[in-house]
Ligand binder design. Structure first.
Ligand code: SF4
Ligand code: SF4
Length: 174
């Protein structure tokens, strides 16, 4: 796997991101057939993200207007290894770059944040953007959407399984 130890946010630069793509392309050529189960898990995760999209958007509509400390500004977010694995083998929507922060009016913010919210479909965001609930959202889920934490746990388990299978298939390359 490309070395990401120099920058605390892995694969930030274009060359590093390109290395990631080349790495997965090479793995796909060598182990494509054996990685079928990884693709199946990636597609399951993608469907679970789809099922969360509307309920979480409803939560955001309740909680986010007027928020004074917007999480997508405050946090520094990036795709981790499991996100990348899922995006490569799951929804076939591999991002053009790592998540970046850009200057904003008051402070830097995630480059995907716009006035109307995140421009990425939920299934193309880092997992943290789905599992993180601020205190207001946590309180609202208790009344609105009991199934959300359950689905998030399912995604978490499937991500771990996906990584385990990928690592066992490609052990000699890692
Ligand atoms: S999720 Fe919470 S912290 Fe983030 S913008 Fe909405 S209310 Fe604010
Ligand atoms: S990817 Fe979207 S949800 Fe995640 S931090 Fe950036 S703007 Fe927010």
């Amino acid at each position: 796997m490309p070395n990401s130890s120099i920058n605390p946010i892995p694969w930030q630069g274009k060359p590093e991101w390109q290395e990631v793509v080349l790495f997965f392309d090479a793995i796909e050529r060598v182990h494509g057939h054996a990685l079928g189960p990884v693709r199946i898990l990636g597609n399951k995760i993608s469907s679970l993200y789809d099922s969360l999209s509307d309920p979480i958007e409803q939560l955001c509509e309740t909680c986010c207007p007027g928020c004074k400390d917007v999480c997508c500004e405050r946090a520094t977010i990036w795709y981790d290894f499991k996100d990348i694995l899922y995006l490569y083998f799951g929804p076939d929507k591999f991002p053009h770059s790592q998540i970046k922060k850009i200057p904003g009016q008051s402070r830097p913010h995630c480059a995907n944040l716009t006035k109307t919210g995140c421009i990425l479909p939920r299934k193309e965001r880092p997992f943290v953007c789905t599992w993180y609930f601020c205190p207001d959202q946590t309180q609202a889920t208790q009344y609105q959407a009991q199934s959300i934490p359950e689905i998030i746990n399912k995604i978490k388990k499937l991500r771990n399984q996906m990584e385990d299978i990928f690592c066992s298939v490609t052990a000699s390359e890692l």
